[in-house]
Design a protein around this ligand. Structure first.
Ligand code: T1G
Length: 677
């Protein structure tokens, strides 16, 4: 062992059983020194005649959670992973993997070259590489079909979803379940019992199962996998395992793995893996900042947002007091929450008793005073500054000291809302996305006077209720909606110049978005923010609203909709657009798909650069996380700012200049340096 190798793998002996222990916090990733340590310690155990069997287990909270993703793309160090695994598999003594926490990716591949596996009931086993745009590149796609069969192997690799230990046992992936608190001892006893059986090299076991599952998975996931390369590469490898000898299958897997590894999709998905974890960090906040205790939450407004927000907390067992002005609205709001839970229970997501439990900790009220004992109060009423300031003024007198006062506004000035209170340090924005109980994104808006511990608490409680929380500064539309605006404006301009809603939307859907600007407008409601005066027609949107074309809810918007909400192009809308062109004297012309990209996506990058320069986002990767989790930006393109690097910031600036946009200085800077963000 060279002098600078960290000691992340050690060995101890229990009679004739050697126990090799990996200790590489936080998740025992297979960093180069871990691979080195495995190679060295297995060699030692195998050459020690007193050793009859070997146990591999990990210290800390989890078994090996995979290859060290932070090493990808860097010059290789330490032994080749496949070589280390092949030497363990070829061991002349039985090797047992003792699993707790998560055995993921390269971690499960390590367990698969061990001859037997024992796990605690709470353990999870899986190959999530596909979520990083990759595949299990150390034999996982060739060994899994030999242990769990083609069906399970194809499902595990192409979805990346982990299995609970009990299911893994059922499938034969785990041979024995250990006591939850006695893994170390149970593993040694199990290994000792396997001395008589001897080694069981996985590569020598036959592949079994029905290959038909592969096409079934492709059909069932066609929509979900649209645009992704990795799921199909995973299935191709499992298919190869059914017809190629092991080593040829391994070579095929390697080739597929390298293609993905050096492709832009995996680079984008790995970027998002770390970006999501980075987003949780608040720059400059002392690590030991005391979080405030959130035991009880108040929600003002039982409409769509208020109801969805409440559900997040109830699902985590946090009592919610929900306030409305009128009994009818309150009953309706509570009714929708119950209906949603019942629907989820019908799909098996909750047990009926769980629904009763959650509804049991929901307290409906017509009085703001009932929020006096809440630790966090989230206001979710309609977007009107005076109404919000009135509510916050009242909360200032009602809420207990130290309670966090949050507004779910999607664009109003949080600093101004805070002026209605004597405690602006406790005021911030918590901008949930609709449907709030489903969408993962939460923009936590830091006001000028928001206290660091209030901000940190809001971020932490956001994570606790399953959200990906991102810090945003106070500005019109914060991060997400602010970048959406130039896109929507340009989309409308493109209509005037000759494009159709369908053409613009097709470009966005082909780019990987779930829907285009006009489908999205119809879903959200064309009338959002409309001045409600049918006689004031200053834009195509005004004209649509005046004719009652408010979107899907009216079965007519930029598209016509049938009873199944399927859109079709509207002759009336085409007519309306033509009328506006004539009125404006705009000559219709041919619009290319590339121009649509340049004028609807590039301006988002430009706005992102302004947001960064103004400090309204902590880092470019936060902006990417916002668009991935809030607006369905395709994860395999890494978010607008990461994508700008792939697309070429100089190319973006050239196109924006061609179309007459003012270029954000930071974007210009990146373009001159030919760099990404
Ligand atoms: N490599 C490097 N760092 C990792 C890591 C990994 N595999 N997994 C986690 N981290 C860091 C993470 O960035 C964070 O750092 C800290 O650990 C805690 O993570 C050849 C190619 C295991 C379920 O995809 O899913 O094997 O922010 O906040 O919520 O076939 O981490 O504190 O600085 O997520 O308790 C396949 C990835 C790799 C699993 C724990 N493995 N990890 O969740 O903690 S590819 C994965 C996770 C591979 C082989 C291939 C989760 C977790 P920081 P965390 P957590």
């Amino acid at each position: 062992m060279s002098e600078e190798t960290p000691t992340s793998v050690t060995m101890e002996k229990d009679g004739d059983v050697a126990v090799i222990i990996v200790n590489n916090p936080p998740v025992n990733a297979l960093s180069w020194h871990v691979r080195q340590g495995l190679e060295d310690n297995f060699a030692a155990a195998l050459s020690d005649d007193s050793v009859k069997a070997i146990v591999l287990r990990c210290a800390g909270t989890t078994f090996i959670a995979g290859a060290d993703i932070s090493e990808f793309g860097k010059p290789p160090r330490g032994p080749d992973f496949n070589a280390v695994l092949n030497s363990i598999e070829a061991a002349s003594k039985p090797v047992v993997a003792a699993i707790h926490g998560t055995a993921l990716g390269g971690g499960l591949e390590t367990a698969l070259v061990c001859h037997y596996r024992i796990a605690v009931p709470s353990a999870k086993l899986g190959v999530p590489e596909v979520k990083l745009g990759l595949l299990p590149g150390a034999g996982g796609t060739q060994r899994l079909p030999r242990v769990v069969g083609v069906e399970a192997a194809a499902t595990m690799t192409s979805t990346g979803d982990p299995l609970p230990a009990a299911k893994a046992k059922e499938l034969g992936l785990v041979d024995e379940l250990a006591g939850e608190d006695s893994l170390a001892a149970d593993a040694i006893a199990f290994a000792r019992a396997k001395i008589a059986d001897g080694p069981r090299p996985t590569r020598e076991r036959p592949v079994f199962g029905d290959i038909a599952v592969i096409e079934q998975l492709k059909t069932a996931n066609a929509k979900r996998w649209r645009g992704f390369e990795a799921p199909y590469a995973n299935l191709a490898c499992v298919e190869a395992a059914t017809r190629l000898p092991f080593d040829e299958g391994l070579a095929f897997e390697r080739e597929q793995f390298m293609k993905l590894m050096f492709g832009s999709q995996s680079a984008a998905q790995r970027h998002i893996f770390f970006a999501e974890r980075q987003a949780a960090k608040i720059d400059g906040l002392p690590k030991d900042t005391q979080l405030r205790d959130i035991k009880k939450v108040g929600v003002i407004g039982a409409g769509t947002m208020g109801g969805g927000i409440s559900m997040n907390f109830l699902q985590k067992g946090i009592p919610v007091t929900i306030v409305e002005m009128e009994q009818e609205a309150l009953d309706r709001g509570v009714g929708v929450i119950r209906k949603n839970y019942d629907a989820s229970a019908a799909k098996g997501r909750f047990k009926p008793e769980q629904v009763e439990q959650m509804m049991g900790i929901l307290t409906p009220t017509l009085s703001l005073d009932d929020l006096a004992d809440c630790d966090l109060i989230i206001e979710a009423v309609y977007e009107n500054m005076d109404v919000k300031k009135d509510i916050f003024g009242k909360l200032d007198k009602i809420a207990k000291p130290g309670a966090i006062l949050a507004s779910n506004t999607s664009y109003l000035d949080v600093d101004e809302i805070a002026t209605a209170t004597s405690r602006p340090g406790d005021v911030l924005g918590m901008h949930f996305f609709s449907p709030a109980n489903v969408m993962k994104l939460l923009e936590v808006v830091r006001g000028e006077k928001t206290a660091p511990d209030a901000l940190a608490t809001a971020m932490a409680i956001g994570k606790k209720v399953g959200k990906v929380a991102v810090v945003a500064g106070v500005c019109d539309g914060f991060i997400g909606n602010r970048m959406l605006k130039p896109r929507q404006i340009e989309a409308m301009n493109l209509l005037m110049e000759g494009a159709t809603p369908a053409q613009v939307d097709k470009v966005h859907v082909e780019f990987g978005m779930p829907m285009g600007p006009f489908q999205m407008s119809d879903l959200a409601g064309v009338d959002i923010g409309w001045h409600r005066d049918p006689n004031r027609i200053e834009s195509i949107r005004d004209a649509l609203c005046a004719e009652g074309r408010w979107g899907q809810k009216k079965q007519a918007g930029f598209y016509d909709y049938d009873d199944k909400r399927q859109p079709s192009e509207s002759a009336r809308v085409a007519e309306l657009i033509e009328e506006f062109r004539t009125k404006a004297g705009t000559q219709k012309r041919e619009i290319t798909d590339q121009e649509i990209i340049e004028r609807t996506l590039y301006p988002m990058v430009n706005e992102g650069a302004l947001i960064l320069a103004e400090g309204k986002a902590q880092r470019a990767s936060d902006i990417d996380v916002v668009w991935i989790y809030g607006y369905g930006w395709p994860v395999y393109r890494g978010g607008p700012m990461f994508w700008a690097g792939l697309e070429g910031t100089d190319k973006i600036v050239a196109a924006l200049e061609k179309h007459g946009f003012e270029i954000a200085p930071l974007l210009k800077e990146k373009a001159e340096a030919k760099s990404g963000f």
